[in-house]
Design a protein around this ligand. Structure first.
Ligand SMILES: C[S@@+](CC[C@H](N)C(=O)[O-])C[C@H]1O[C@@H](n2cnc3c(N)ncnc32)[C@H](O)[C@@H]1O
Length: 171
């Protein structure tokens, strides 16, 4: 097994037929440069697959406790550990800029189901980061309580954050 820190600036060990970075780049700084580093380690014909979270905008949606808490979560993650999903829709372009061919992408965005794994995941996440959520100033304890209740309510009906996957091949 090889281990490497993508961000330490040292040459990455080895070259690869498949590089799959799933839920990694969104947590790291200077992700455009990291795409370049990863693409540079592909063997001829090798595939680079990038997968990270995306939010589909719900422009008609109300400013509900759910929405406010989800927005607070992204803001808190940015402020604390640097997680940022803003660049994710640009991944296909990044891959093309790296000279990769057959660039394609898809988004998987399952609806939240009461008691389902994704609803439980967000419930766990929000419960654990309550102080950071409230520190954003976007929500208070009451709003987070309402959002948590909604996640297990029978009328839960949301497209939670999805995963965008983009890939391209070294010619
Ligand atoms: C959210 S987890 C995703 C794990 C797994 N890829 C998945 O999809 O379930 C983030 C991963 O990024 C890795 N990671 C974080 N910082 C890194 C760095 N600087 N260099 C390389 N990997 C890193 C962590 O070790 C962890 O495995």
């Amino acid at each position: 097994m090889l281990t490497a820190d993508l961000t330490d600036g040292r040459p990455l060990p080895g070259t690869f037929d498949l590089i799959h970075a799933r839920f990694v780049l969104m947590h790291l700084p200077d992700r455009r440069r990291l795409v370049s580093r990863l693409a540079g380690r592909l063997n001829p014909g090798g595939l680079l697959v990038l997968g990270d979270a995306v939010e589909l905008p719900d422009v008609l949606g109300p400013s509900s406790p759910y929405r406010r808490t989800m927005d607070a979560m992204w803001r808190a993650l940015r402020a604390t550990i640097g997680t940022d999903i803003a660049a994710v829709p640009s991944y296909p372009r990044f891959l093309r800029e790296e000279g990769l061919r057959d660039v394609a992408a898809e988004v998987y965005c399952p609806p939240l189901v009461p008691g389902g794994p994704a609803a439980l995941f967000w419930s766990e996440t929000w419960s654990r980061m309550r102080p950071q959520l409230e520190a954003t100033g976007l929500v208070d304890a009451d709003v987070v309580d309402q959002a948590l209740t909604y996640l297990s309510a029978p009328h839960l009906a949301e497209l939670g954050p999805g995963m965008a996957m983009a890939w391209g091949r070294r010619g």
